[in-house]
Design a protein around this ligand. Structure first.
Ligand code: ATP
Length: 509
C-alpha cells in the first residue's frame, strides 16, 4: 500500500467525532445531558493524557538536577488566594442579555458602528471567531438593506464590548436576539469556584477550588528549601487539576471549567540574568512540544505588550498553537519577579527567603513560570496528528484511511500484536507470548478479529505507531521474525523480538 495524498481537511467536527467514536473524550455526565465545560477521558484518552503527563514529569523533574516535584492540595487556606490577588482580581468581564438570559465574556463580544456617508446609523454585533470582521461587515450590509438606507457604507471597525462607551451599551444588539437594549454593562466576574469547608456554611468557612496549581509551589517554597538540598537556581514543579468558572467554555477541551495544569516555578537569585533564564525556558518548552510530536510549523510566539502586563510581571511570552479554530495560547512563560513570595511573606508573616552562602545574606528569589494545560496539549496533539488519506492497495484500489500520526512517546497504544489467523494454534501461541512480554513494559493491544488490513486501519485511527503480525514465516522459517508494519509509511519489514524491543527502547522514552 502507499499513501497518495494527505487530506488537509482537519476540522473540529472530525476531531470531536473521532474522540467520541474511539473512546478518547466524552462529554461529562452525558446520560444526563452533559455539563457545559466538563469532560471525561475514555480508555484511549486517559492513556494519551497519562503519557503526556509522564513525558513532562520525566523531562521536567526526573531528568533535570535542578527541578523537584510536589503534589499540593486542591483546596488551600483561603488566605492564599487573598495574598495571590485572585480574590480581588481573578475576574473576566461579564455581559448579560436580559432577554435571552445568555451571558457573554465582554472581550469576546464584538460590535461595530454601521457608518453610512460618514454618519453612524446603528450598531451590529458578533461573537469572536476567525471571521469576526467579515461577520460584522455582512451584518452591517444587511442592516443597511433592511432599513432601506441610501449611501455608501464604510468598512466596519470592530471593537470588543470592553471598549464600548457607556452611551453605546444600550445601542449594541444582543447576539442572541439581534435587538439592542438588552445587554447589561460589563461587570467583573470572579472565576473561582467557591465551596465551604466543615459543617458550617457561613462566610468563615468559604474556600476555593484552586484556579491554578502555581500557588501550591509558592506556599511550599520554604518547606522544600528547608527539607531538600536545593540551591538557587532551582524549580518546583507540579501536575494537577485546576478549576475556573469560565463564562464561555468553548472549543471542546480547549477552554473548560475543570482542567489539568503542568506548572513549574523556577526560582532564581534576584541578581541573576532573568531575561536569559526566561529565554532559556522558552526554548526548552518549545523543544519539549516538538519532542512529543507537535510540528514546529504549528507553533509561534506571542509577546505580551508591556502596557498590558500585570505591574509585577517583567515579561510574558506565550507559545501559540495553530488549532483548527485559530492560533491560540498553549503555554504561557512568565517572568513574575519576586511578587508571589513577597505577597505570601506579607500575608503569612513567615519569611520566604533563601540564604545566599556567598554574600551571607537572605534573599527573596525571583521566579520564571512556565505554565501549560495538559488538555490543551492533548487537543493540539490530536489536531496535528489527524489526517484523512486516500491509499491504494496492491491491486490499485483506492480507499480512505483515517490516521492519527501521534509520536510514539505519547501514542496510547505503542504496538498492536496481530496473529495472522485466529484459529491456528501455533500463530496464536507465539502472538500471545510476545504480547505478554511486551505488556510488562508497554501499552499494547492484541487483536485477532477480521482481515489484517481492517485491523491495521483500526490501529491507524487510534495512532498506534507499529503493528506486529505473527505469520507463517514466524513459525515455519528460522529466525523467529515478525512482520513489522509502520503506521505512517505503511512500509513492512521483518524483525525479531530483540530488534522490536530495541526499536521501542529508542522511540518510547
Ligand atoms: P487564557 O488566556 O486562554 O484564558 P490564561 O492566560 O488565563 O489562559 P494561565 O492562567 O496562564 O492561562 O494558565 C496557564 C495555562 O493553563 C494556559 O496556557 C492553558 O494551557 C491552561 N489553561 C488555562 N485556562 C484553561 C481552561 N479554562 N481550560 C483548559 N486549559 C486552560
Amino acid at each position: 500500500m502507499s499513501a497518495e495524498s494527505a487530506n488537509p481537511a482537519v476540522n473540529m467536527d472530525a476531531i470531536v467525532s473521532l474522540a467520541k467514536r474511539r473512546g478518547f473524550i466524552f462529554q461529562s455526565s452525558e446520560i444526563y445531558g452533559g455539563l457545559n465545560g466538563f469532560f471525561d477521558y475514555g480508555p484511549l484518552g486517559s492513556e494519551l493524557k497519562k503519557n503526556i503527563r509522564d513525558c513532562w514529569w520525566n523531562d521536567m523533574v526526573r531528568r533535570r538536577d535542578d527541578v523537584v516535584g510536589v503534589e499540593t492540595s486542591i483546596i488551600m487556606h483561603p488566605k492564599v488566594w487573598e495574598a495571590s490577588g485572585h480574590v480581588a482580581g481573578f475576574t473576566d468581564p461579564l455581559v448579560d442579555c436580559k432577554v435571552s438570559k445568555q451571558r457573554y465574556r465582554a472581550d469576546q463580544l464584538f460590535f461595530a458602528a454601521v457608518v453610512v456617508d460618514g454618519k453612524t446609523v446603528g450598531y451590529v454585533s458578533a461573537l469572536e471567531s476567525e471571521k469576526t470582521t467579515e461577520d460584522l461587515q455582512a451584518a452591517a450590509e444587511t442592516f443597511k438593506r433592511k432599513k432601506a438606507i441610501q449611501g455608501t457604507l464604510a468598512p466596519v471597525a470592530p471593537r470588543d464590548f470592553t471598549e464600548a462607551k457607556p452611551e453605546e451599551w444600550a445601542l449594541i444588539p444582543s447576539p442572541a436576539t439581534g435587538e439592542p437594549g438588552s445587554l447589561t454593562e460589563p461587570r467583573a466576574f470572579n472565576m473561582m469556584f467557591e465551596t465551604h469547608v466543615g459543617p458550617m456554611r457561613d462566610s468563615a468557612s468559604v474556600a476555593y477550588l484552586r484556579p491554578e496549581t502555581a500557588q501550591g509551589m509558592f506556599v511550599d517554597f520554604k518547606n522544600v528549601v528547608d527539607t531538600g538540598r536545593v540551591k538557587l537556581p532551582f524549580g518546583i514543579a507540579q501536575i494537577g487539576k485546576s478549576f475556573r468558572n469560565e463564562i464561555t467554555p468553548r472549543n471542546f477541551i480547549f477552554r473548560s471549567r475543570e482542567f489539568e495544569q503542568m506548572e513549574m516555578e523556577y526560582f532564581i537569585h534576584p541578581d541573576a540574568d532573568w531575561f536569559k533564564c526566561h529565554e532559556d525556558w522558552l526554548a526548552w518548552c518549545k523543544a519539549w512540544l516538538i519532542s512529543i510530536g507537535l510540528p514546529e510549523s504549528h507553533l509561534s510566539l506571542y509577546e505580551h505588550k508591556k502596557e498590558k502586563l500585570a505591574f509585577y510581571s517583567r515579561r510574558t511570552v506565550d507559545i501559540m498553537f495553530n488549532y483548527p479554530f485559530g492560533v491560540q495560547e498553549l503555554w504561557g512563560i512568565a517572568a513574575r519577579s519576586d511578587y508571589d513570595l513577597k505577597q505570601h511573606q506579607q500575608f503569612s508573616g513567615v519569611p520566604q527567603t533563601w540564604f545566599d552562602e556567598a554574600t551571607k545574606q537572605k534573599v527573596v528569589p525571583h521566579v520564571i513560570e512556565p505554565a501549560v494545560g495538559v488538555d490543551r496539549i492533548l487537543l493540539a496533539v490530536l489536531c496535528a496528528g489527524y489526517a484523512e488519506e486516500d491509499v491504494k492497495d496492491e491491486k490499485g484500489n483506492v480507499e480512505k484511511r483515517t490516521v492519527l500520526r501521534l509520536s510514539p512517546r505519547v501514542a496510547p497504544v505503542k504496538v498492536a500484536v496481530l496473529p495472522l489467523l485466529k484459529n491456528k494454534e501455533a500463530l496464536v501461541g507465539r502472538a500471545k507470548a510476545l504480547y505478554q512480554k511486551l505488556q510488562r513494559r508497554y501499552a499494547v493491544f492484541y487483536d485477532d478479529g477480521g482481515a489484517i488490513g481492517r485491523r491495521y486501519r483500526r490501529q491507524d485511527e487510534i495512532g498506534t505507531p507499529w503493528c506486529v503480525t505473527i505469520d507463517f514465516d514466524t513459525i515455519e522459517k528460522p529466525g523467529d521474525t515478525f512482520t513489522l508494519r509502520e503506521r505512517d509509511s505503511m512500509q513492512q519489514r521483518r524483525l525479531n523480538e530483540a530488534e522490536l524491543f530495541a526499536l521501542l527502547e529508542e522511540k518510547v522514552y
